[in-house]
Design a protein around this ligand. Structure first.
Ligand code: DX5
Ligand code: ZN
Length: 235
């Protein structure tokens, strides 16, 4: 199993199964893992935080059954992430990443990130925190700053979440740079959304070391080339 706290020598490639063939999920995952993807990224949407509905504990459990040794990075685009900590841990998730936008102080009556991080650790998962494109560096500082030492991963969204296949928003690179300057060696910096062969070098240049890819990978007829080229982005 991948140790997410170890700084990688090349960017890790997280294959987002949102663009996999849902009718052939295990086959599609096996294909990208065989071609060098380092982990699987699972996008959970609740129809409230974002309009779309995608997958939950049953999908995590199903993927885990087929791939007992693969790191499962779960990205929760949901209003109440705390409701899913126990069931996702039991289903086999390794990393549980929730949005800063549902937490205090961005949301007055929102989630207490410190308590949530502790509950994620208590069930043996790695905590991650996610920031959307419109959220500013000042809001990032206030909402994630106090927890940077407690997180295994910070995720910078480079599209507005909800679906695959959108265009990379390059303005968010300032946030990746900001996080890189403040991150300990044990914390990974992930970017998600619109990453392809053109945009991945920009993300890696400012400090991203986990690259999420859905459409650019699953939509390609040369997936090995996509993975190898993305991995070489830092060289
Ligand atoms: C977007 C999801 C992403 C998405 C990325 O809401 O969080 O993980 O699958 O898709 P691409 O790589 O196609 O932008
Ligand atoms: Zn995602």
């Amino acid at each position: 199993m991948l140790d997410i706290t170890q700084p990688p020598s090349q960017p890790l490639i997280a294959a987002s199964i949102l663009s996999a063939d849902f009718g052939a999920m295990a086959d599609d995952c096996r294909d990208v893992l065989g071609k060098g993807a380092d982990l699987l990224h699972i996008d959970v949407m609740d129809g409230h935080f974002v309009p779309n509905l995608t997958m939950g504990a049953d999908m995590i459990r199903g993927v885990r059954r087929h791939f007992p040794d693969v790191f499962l990075d779960v990205h929760l685009m949901v209003e109440q992430p705390g409701d899913y900590v126990d069931s996702f841990a039991e289903a086999g998730a390794n990393l549980f990443a929730f949005h800063i936008e549902v937490c205090k102080p961005m949301r007055l009556e929102g989630v207490d990130a410190g308590e949530l991080i502790k509950s994620i650790r208590d069930v043996g998962m790695s905590p991650g925190m996610v920031v959307n494109p419109p959220t500013t560096i000042a809001q990032l500082d206030a909402g994630m700053g106090p927890y940077l030492g407690d997180l295994d991963l910070a995720l910078v969204m480079s599209v507005n979440p909800g679906r695959s296949g959108q265009k990379f928003i390059s303005e968010v690179l300032d946030k990746t740079r900001w996080l890189k300057e403040r991150s300990a060696p044990g914390m990974r910096i992930e970017m998600d959304g619109g990453l392809n062969l053109e945009t991945t070098p920009q993300a890696v240049a400012v400090g991203a070391d986990v690259i999420v890819t859905a459409s650019a990978l699953f939509g390609s007829d040369d997936r090995a080339h996509v993975i190898n080229t993305m991995k070489a982005a830092g060289a």
